[in-house]
Design a protein around this ligand. Structure first.
Ligand SMILES: Nc1ncnc2c1ncn2[C@@H]1O[C@H](COP(=O)(O)OP(=O)(O)OP(=O)(O)O)[C@@H](O)[C@H]1O
Length: 264
C-alpha cells in the first residue's frame, strides 16, 4: 500500500470484514477504503447491525480481516506486536471490563502499562502523563473516588483519561455516548473534539449521534448496505449520503439543518 501522507495514522485498503466459521464465511462489509490523519476527529455511523462494531474490532486487531490491508503508522497491523499496538492505539469500549473497585487514579494509571516494567512501577514521566490526562479531561475532583461511585458520564470521562494516559497516536471508542443524556452526549463528543485539537491525536468513535457527529467531526465514515463512504460531513450532506441511511417511511434527512425529521 502507498504511504502517501506522513500525517496518515491509519490506512485501510480494500478491506472486507465479517465472520468465519468452519462452515461459512459471512461478509458484513467489503471494499472499505479510508485514510485517517493526525489530529482528526472521525465519527463512524450507520444503522443498527450494519457492522460498526465489527469494523472497529477489526481495526483494533481483536478480529482478523477477511481480506484487504490495515496499516497503522505505515506498518501492517497483522505484523504489529501487542506491545507496539498498545503504544500506538488505545481503546475505549462501551462495556468496559474494569474493576470498579479501583480508584479513578489507579484506573487511569493502568493506561501506562505499555511503558512500565513488569512490576508496573510508575516512573516520574508516567505520573506526569497521568496528571496531564486528568487535567485535560478536567476530572481532578474525581481522582480519589472509587469507580463504582461514578455516574456513566463520569466513568466515560475517566475511560477517556485512561486512553490519554496511554499516550497513543490514535484512540478508538465504541459508542462513547451510550447511556448518556443529551447534554452529556454533546459534552463527551465536544471533549473528544477539543482533545484532537489540543493533542493532535486521531480519535475515531462509533455513534448513533449522527447530527452531533455532523456538527463536530472533521470527517465521517458512513456504513451503508452496499458501500462504506468516508468524507467530510459537508460533502456527505451534499452527496445525499444521509438520505440513504434509513428507510424513508419514517424519518427523512433535512439537508438545510443537517438533522433528521419524523415523516408526518
Ligand atoms: N460473533 C459474531 N458472529 C457472527 N455474526 C456476528 C457476530 N457479531 C455480530 N455479528 C453480526 O454482524 C452484523 C454487524 O454487527 P455489529 O455489531 O458490527 O453492528 P453495529 O453496526 O455495531 O450494530 P449496533 O449499532 O446495533 O451496535 C450483525 O448482523 C450481527 O448479527
Amino acid at each position: 500500500m502507498r504511504v502517501s501522507n506522513s500525517n496518515s495514522i491509519l490506512e485501510v485498503k480494500d478491506l472486507s470484514i465479517g465472520y468465519k466459521s468452519k462452515r461459512e464465511v459471512t461478509i458484513i462489509a467489503s471494499n472499505i477504503n479510508f485514510q485517517l490523519e493526525k489530529g482528526q476527529l472521525i465519527g463512524l455511523v450507520g444503522a443498527n447491525g450494519i457492522g460498526k462494531s465489527t469494523l472497529l474490532r477489526t481495526l483494533i486487531k481483536i478480529q482478523p480481516p477477511l481480506n484487504g490491508e490495515i496499516r497503522l503508522n505505515g506498518n501492517p497491523l497483522q505484523d504489529t506486536s501487542s506491545i507496539a499496538l498498545a503504544q500506538q492505539l488505545s481503546i475505549v469500549l462501551t462495556e468496559q471490563l474494569v474493576s470498579k473497585n479501583l480508584t479513578v487514579y489507579d484506573l487511569i494509571a493502568l493506561g501506562r502499562y505499555p511503558y512500565t516494567n513488569w512490576i508496573g512501577k510508575l516512573q516520574p514521566n508516567d505520573i506526569d502523563t497521568i496528571d496531564k490526562a486528568i487535567d485535560m479531561v478536567k476530572i481532578n475532583e474525581l481522582k480519589h473516588r472509587k469507580c463504582y461511585e461514578l455516574s456513566d458520564g463520569q466513568l466515560q470521562k475517566v475511560m477517556i483519561a485512561r486512553a490519554l494516559a496511554q499516550d497513543t497516536d490514535i484512540i478508538i471508542l465504541d459508542e462513547p455516548t451510550t447511556h448518556l443524556d443529551m447534554y452529556h452526549k454533546a459534552y463527551i463528543l465536544k471533549l473528544l473534539q477539543r482533545l484532537t485539537k489540543e493533542t493532535q491525536k486521531t480519535i475515531l468513535f462509533s455513534s448513533h449521534e449522527i447530527e452531533l457527529a455532523i456538527q463536530l467531526c472533521d470527517e465521517m465514515i458512513v456504513m451503508q448496505k452496499n458501500e462504506v463512504v468516508h468524507d467530510q460531513p459537508c460533502n456527505l450532506i451534499s452527496d445525499e449520503v444521509f438520505e440513504a441511511l434509513f428507510p424513508n417511511d419514517l424519518i427523512s434527512f433535512d439537508k438545510s439543518t443537517g438533522s433528521f425529521r419524523v415523516t408526518k
